[in-house]
Design a binder for this molecule. Structure first.
Ligand code: IMP
Ligand code: MG
Length: 189
């Protein structure tokens, strides 16, 4: 039992199985998502809420492709135990918003929805603050792993049930900077 440890001092390549989504494909899809959001929220005052830390690379690329004026804010939720590669335990708010979202159009920006437990928790919590609207925009969707019913309004890519990293997603807190999405070698999953 148990997975092999990655060596964070080494390049990402030592634990890369294959590139799942290239930089070009990511940027093309994010531009399409931004165009859709521009259309859907035209004339409204949008606030993008990024869930740290995994969502930050997606957020910064997405927001630079939006033409709609918008605000951003951040929150941090811990869901995975240190070194764990799957959900284990209840999520916890580590950092809350600075912005009052009552009556606002809110779009949650997340890297990935896996079991859905994290997003379900965050959505319930934010709904108690009575935003005008609350929707979800995720880059990656691992549908097969869903444990709670979450249907994001915007999905970048549906992906298979593999541990992925890069573009904000980490392996033991490193490799978030990669401009593509890679699949972790089986021995580390
Ligand atoms: P959920 O609560 O199971 O939906 O987990 C969501 C969170 O788990 C995401 O925001 C990620 O931070 C993390 N996560 C889930 N799958 C992966 C993965 O394949 N690579 C990296 N992080 C992941
Ligand atoms: Mg995350």
């Amino acid at each position: 039992m148990g997975m092999a440890k990655i060596n964070p001092a080494l390049s990402y390549e030592h634990c890369l199985d294959y590139v799942l989504i290239t930089e070009e494909a990511l940027q093309k899809r994010i531009a399409e998502m931004a165009a859709q959001i521009d259309r859907d929220y035209a004339g409204r005052q949008l606030i993008l809420i990024c869930i740290l830390r995994g969502g930050v690379v997606f957020l910064t690329d997405l927001m630079r492709k939006l033409t709609l004026s918008h605000q951003i804010d951040f929150m941090s939720v811990s869901s995975y135990g240190v070194g764990a590669r799957s959900s284990n335990g209840a999520p916890r708010i580590v950092l809350d918003l600075n912005t009052d979202i009552r009556g606002r159009d809110v779009l949650l920006v997340e890297d990935i929805v896996d079991s859905g437990i994290t997003l379900d928790y965050v959505l319930r919590m934010l709904n108690t603050r009575e935003p005008a609207s609350l929707e979800v925009c995720v880059l990656l969707d691992k549908e097969d792993r869903r444990k709670v019913d979450i249907t994001p309004r915007y999905v970048g890519f549906k992906i298979p049930n593999e541990y992925v990293y890069g573009f904000g997603l980490d392996v033991d807190e490193v490799y978030r900077n990669l401009p593509f999405i890679g699949v972790l070698k089986a021995e580390y999953q």
